[in-house]
Design a protein around this ligand. Sequence first.
Ligand SMILES: Nc1ncnc2c1ncn2[C@@H]1O[C@H](COP(=O)(O)OP(=O)(O)OP(=O)(O)O)[C@@H](O)[C@H]1O
Length: 274
Amino acid sequence: MTTTNGRALVLRDIRVSYGRSVRALRGVDLEVPASGVVALLGANGAGKSTLLRAVSGTLPLHSGAIDSGTITFGGETLRGSDPSVPVRRGIVQVPEGRRVFADMSIDENLRAGELGVRGRSKRATAQAKERVFDLFPRLADRRAQAAGLLSGGEQQMLAMGRALMADPELLLLDEPSLGLAPQMVERIADIIAIINQQGVGVLLVEQNAALALELADHAYVLDVGRVRLQGASSDLAASDEVRRLYLGEIPEELTDDTGAVLAGAAAPLERWIR
Ligand SMILES: Nc1ncnc2c1ncn2[C@@H]1O[C@H](COP(=O)(O)OP(=O)(O)OP(=O)(O)O)[C@@H](O)[C@H]1O
């Protein structure tokens, strides 16, 4: 898709708050290398969406603000930019909950993905759309239909397609597998892998840690606004803590010799499996 010119996203000591009392990020360092796939894991409220908002410049829309720290893309600062700046520089977010324009057609939704892109020729637009339809043939078949009639998985595809219309260098994906059937999750995972093979970097927020660690080269685990763990995805997938907390593996002390869950372990298990 985009030929990469080697731009990395770098966050240093980022602190974000909402109002006076909610400190959502408390000094986060994170890096997405050019064309890399990085996963961001963590329980509800850990600060994952906040981090994406900080990068995409959408915090003010949520009454949030960056208090300190730096965000750069290819060495150029992004911090303090309004949302149009990251898009123009090649960083596009696919928000959680898909948020397609339900009453608009698939074609119109895709056109909306170009709004932040300036001065593009008709030919370039047609090429971008062709690439989207190559990736998502189902959307091509139904391009005149209202987006609201699509299934949840198809709406996710449309939201990703809309982001790709801006020809991004880095995609910010917020929970792309949320609420989807397993088969559709696999399809979305395949598509993320293909998009990355085409040269697009991905910062992937996911509750589905197994999926995220499979797709990503490197992962970060956020915990109450701080990076609790980070490393190569393969190392994290092998770590006891990640297996226990994020891959739903049941801790030994709650099972018998055969691995069966002990009677009365249900309550403590709630704590382990998120
Ligand atoms: N608009 C907002 N106003 C006030 N507090 C907020 C707002 N958005 C998020 N928060 C708070 O900031 C913290 C981080 O939230 P965030 O949504 O970034 O977490 P998350 O890891 O993405 O969680 P989830 O998986 O539930 O989306 C939480 O304590 C949350 O309640």
